[in-house]
Write a protein that binds this ligand. Structure first.
Ligand code: SF4
Length: 250
């Protein structure tokens, strides 16, 4: 996706997207909310939070009939669990685009474990007959977020109970936040160099090729006619070299 240009009134604190039910909002299909675990709460204390409920966002009520993922891998749809009569696949996909466009300063997103919309991994998949086939999916909204913006760090509340994932999530979120602030000010060779110095210690030990490529992009910046292209290559390379959030199907 095209990198959205952050607005000039952007908040200084890093901005985090969060499943609304994890924020205690009673938006689940059964009218309940979820409890954020202590690790999520600790992460939230470092960010300004923007909450979204994709299912409510596409017009479903509270409470509402449950939905689930149906079909073979690569052709999964989100359908009503009771009769598979209503397809919410496209609406949830579009809502992810809406979130990214309406909150261009988001630097990370905390998803909701197990949800057919917001789950980040191991979400249940059912057959056309309604039988549970496997637990091998991302929720449809979560998947679309990653497809529209592969740079956005995403993890669900269960993944964030793991220390390595938490650490990688925060490192990636902070780097991406700083990048968005940089874009607001405008890219220069010096600011790319400063950004690299600030984050180089986080690059994985095996990332020597990435170090070389980042240096080349910085050194060649002034020679580039399109600094925007260099910027995109730069942040893609840097994010690719930071510690990964494991267990993701992408
Ligand atoms: S998991 Fe996502 S769609 Fe479901 S209630 Fe929470 S925020 Fe809404």
């Amino acid at each position: 996706m095209q990198e959205s240009q952050p607005d000039s009134n952007a908040p200084a604190r890093p901005q985090l997207g969060l499943g609304a039910c994890l924020a205690g909002q009673s938006v689940r299909y059964d009218g309940e909310s979820n409890c954020a675990n202590a690790h999520v709460l600790n992460i939230l204390s470092q960010f300004e939070t923007r909450t979204f409920c994709p299912e409510v966002g596409i017009g479903l009520g509270v409470p509402r009939p449950p939905i689930h993922l149906v079909g073979e891998t690569g052709a999964v749809q989100v359908l009503d669990a009771a009769g598979h009569q209503h397809d919410y696949t496209m609406a949830l996909t579009r809502f992810a685009q809406h979130v990214l466009e309406s909150a261009p300063m988001l630097c990370a997103y905390i998803l909701v474990t197990g949800s057919p919309s917001c789950g980040n991994h191991r979400v249940k998949r059912f057959s056309a007959a309604g039988e549970h086939i496997a637990s091998d999916q991302q929720g449809m909204f979560a998947r679309a977020l990653g497809e529209y913006n592969p740079l956005l760090p995403c993890a669900d509340d269960e993944q964030l109970t793991q220390r390595a994932i938490r650490k990688a999530f925060v490192i990636r979120a902070m780097a991406y936040h700083h990048w968005k602030l940089l874009l607001q000010r405008g890219l220069t060779q010096q600011c790319l160099r400063d950004f690299y110095c600030q984050h180089r210690h986080s690059i994985k030990t095996e990332g020597q090729d990435s170090h070389r490529k980042l240096q080349q992009l910085i050194d060649g910046f002034e020679a580039q006619i399109k600094g925007e292209t260099t910027g995109r290559d730069f942040i893609t390379t840097l994010m690719g070299a930071l510690p990964r959030i494991h267990n993701l199907p992408r």
